[in-house]
Design a binder for this molecule. Structure first.
Ligand code: FRU
Length: 504
């Protein structure tokens, strides 16, 4: 097979400028959406949209990596290459436990359901590939494509799951500016079920990369809701591409939206969380729904100043549903617990009054770290963190909270390199609902990103930044009054690429 990189042909030691230390990146070249996230035989699989011969989007393949802990990834050879039906666009992987497809000689195996994109004819259709050796080699199904659509030019990104109540596979697939649902007993023959969304939610661009799954509300399994997440190529809340979600019911045929059609719920209020996909087949004993997304925005994705790779995935996040004080049900995202294993040195501050004359983080210097903080507002007009800061480079990224209008924001106006695209700079904000006496910040900072989880994941802001490596200063700042720092923990984080770098 061409383009196959063996582990010994390392081209990167993961120490380049901007190289993420605890986020997934391909060693080199272009990556976009996560694909085929699945847990099987003790391994998490991450496939991804990949162009193995360039740092810009091009003929799409599926790159591949595996991990035992969702943090430390081992790169594997390319899983799927373009063929006579076109490029290999986004899709999902399921474990066909019962061999419903009949594709396996004995027992079970992995089935990939992906979009074939024929650039010349402008046609998109859904196809299959299967693997009986834990994803190491893949066979394309010889009856491809298995699902076509004569009407929609944009017909892509199938996410498939097993629906127990109706005893069949269900596919949710993006079609223009709606999603279509199909059902199948064998993953090969698909029947149309329904469609959703032409008049619901946001329509600033073509819909892409849907996902559909049930979640308990506040952990109560007797109270279940279905979440339909779907991305839009343009016109998202922070500008550019982004994700929205709907909460409702799914009866095996149709999805019904609990909220008014005119309402849009946003997945993330930053610019760089796109094409989120959740893992299939996590063991029921685990019980979590975990997703991750491509940390970029189509507006400038092809111009990002990294070399020899381009793009990273977000940290894996556990998703849940929470009933808020006003009775609404909202999606919450929290960093997966496994991330705690990366914590190294620790600083703890407790119960300290802070005003604008002090910086309790004045002696700290980190560029790969995590902060967990609870702040009780007393009289301040604004407070928060300034990270990846340096006076020499005049850099800093502000993650703050403004009290008069309860606005939480990430401001990357002076975060570092930004000339590569005029849309990159800016401030991304959202008004927080509900009680605001106490604010909790959970922040992950890597070489070229910040992820903020506010108030236990009720609001999330994900933004790329490109500061100098030595922009390591940080500040907890308060404006116009006083706050009580109930607690603050700061952890330097260990690299997840030690198996590549040889560093300890
Ligand atoms: C989303 C997307 C998908 C498509 C893939 C192509 O980012 O546009 O809709 O399958 O990327 O790489």
């Amino acid at each position: 097979m061409p383009n196959v990189k063996r582990p010994t042909d390392r081209v990167s030691d993961y120490t380049e400028k901007y190289r993420p230390q605890f986020h997934f990146t391909p060693e080199e070249n272009w990556m976009n959406d996560p694909n085929g996230l699945v847990y099987y035989a003790g391994e998490y699989h991450l496939f991804y949209q990949y162009h193995p011969n360039g740092r810009k989007w091009g003929p799409m393949h599926w790159g591949h990596a595996v991990s035992q802990d969702l943090l430390r990834w081992e790169h594997l050879p390319i899983a799927l290459e373009p063929d006579e039906y076109g490029m290999i666009f986004s899709g999902s992987v399921v474990v066909d436990w019962e061999n419903t497809s009949g594709l396996f000689t004995g027992g079970e195996g992995l089935v990939a359901i992906f979009t074939h994109h024929d650039e010349q004819l402008g046609i998109q259709s859904q196809s299959l590939a299967y693997s009986q050796d834990k994803g190491r080699t893949w066979q394309k199904y010889d009856g491809n494509p298995v699902l076509t659509n004569g009407e929609e030019k944009d017909f892509r990104d199938p996410k498939v799951f097993w629906h127990d109540d109706t005893n069949k596979w269900v596919m949710v697939v993006a079609a223009g500016q709606k999603v279509m649902l199909y059902g199948s007993k064998n993953l090969i023959e698909w029947d149309y079920l329904s469609e959703f969304g032409s008049t619901d939610g946001a329509h600033g661009g073509v819909w892409e990369c849907p996902d559909l799954f049930p979640l308990p509300v506040d952990g109560n399994h007797a109270k279940k809701k279905w979440v339909l997440q779907v991305d839009l190529g343009a016109g998202a809340i922070a500008g550019g591409s982004g994700g929205q979600y709907f909460i409702g019911e799914f009866d095996g045929v149709s999805f019904t939206n609990d909220r008014p059609a005119s309402e849009t719920l946003w997945v993330d209020y930053g610019r760089d969380f796109y094409a989120a996909q959740s893992f299939s087949d996590l063991p029921s004993a685990d019980g979590r729904r975990i997703w991750l997304a491509w940390m970029s925005d189509w507006t400038y994705a092809n111009e990002l100043p990294t070399n020899p790779w381009r793009s990273a995935m977000s940290i894996p996040r556990e998703v849940g549903l929470r009933e808020t004080v006003n009775g609404d049900i909202t999606l919450v995202q929290q960093p997966i617990a496994e991330l705690r294993t990366l914590r190294q040195s620790k600083l703890v501050i407790e119960n300290e009054m802070v005003d604008e004359t002090v910086n309790v983080l004045a002696n700290q210097a980190e560029n790969v770290f995590e902060i967990v903080a609870t702040v009780e507002n007393l009289t301040a007009s604004e407070f928060g963190f300034n990270v990846r800061k340096s006076s020499g480079h005049d850099q800093g990224t502000i993650i703050g909270y403004r009290t008069n209008d309860q606005q939480v924001f990430v401001d990357r106006e002076h975060s570092g390199e930004s000339e590569f695209h005029q849309a990159f700079k800016g401030r991304h904000s959202i008004q927080v609902k509900g009680e605001t006496g106490c604010v909790t910040f959970h922040i992950f900072v890597d070489k070229s990103s910040v992820e903020l989880f506010l108030n236990d994941g009720e609001v999330v802001i994900t933004d790329l930044i490109f500061p100098e490596d030595d922009s390591k200063a940080m500040e907890f700042y308060v404006k116009g009054g006083e706050v009580r720092l109930v607690s603050l923990e700061l952890y330097a984080l260990q690299s997840t690429w030690e198996h590549v770098t040889g560093r300890k």
